[in-house]
Design a protein around this ligand. Sequence first.
Ligand code: ZN
Length: 256
Amino acid sequence: MLARTFLIVVLAKLTSACIEELLDRPDASEYGYTVFNGPATWGEKFKMCNGYRQSPVELDKEECHKMRFPKINFLGHADERDGGFRIHNTFQSVSVEFSGEQPVLQGGPLGSNFTFSQMHFHWGRYGATKGSEHQIKDLEHAMEAHLVHFNSKYADLRQAAEHWDGLAIISLLFTETKEDSEELSPLVRRLKRIRRGDSYALVESGAMTWLEKYLDGRYLTYWGSLTTPPCNEVVTWIVLENTVEIGWRQVSHFLF
Ligand SMILES: [Zn+2]
């Protein structure tokens, strides 16, 4: 199998807004993003948020250690799915659930197989035009998508989140463009159906095939955490170097 170069880095913790739709989160009133309840205060209630491996981080390729790992295998992520996809307005994000057999992630820096759980998006909030969680040397991106996986040796996401090798999250960064992206259009145009909190809509079977061309190439990886309380330090982050182009009008469809 062709070896891929990747970069590994752990740098300073950022305090940007960040939401993980992974687990039964603490009640929304227990933390937030204002000066009174923002990331700088999370550690008071959630000890893990004061840890040394907190995500997201600022990534600087010049400070990375270059290493070689086997190719990462993405099994089923970009497939057409007969049952399509279900999108959900979770109040704090939009998540995408895949019908049928779940994709599997293997290889690269991962010691075992990881089962796909869901994908969700981060975008600018409170008037911010940039909403990526990770920054690559000061550069924020318009959006970021997280493909969340749990280690297949555990029963489910909840159990996996209690173990240091529990989760692997693929991060895809989005660059804003003038023109709309045709490939993202089937997904984006469905967003108007879930403007109400906790609403769902179905998306057609080929809506995620665009992932195919981005799930390859170089990446940056580090061991970090969930980016919201309880901040468990259980995530192998894999931030892909390929960025996805998205039209600025399409980004605006996420702003709700
Ligand atoms: Zn996330």
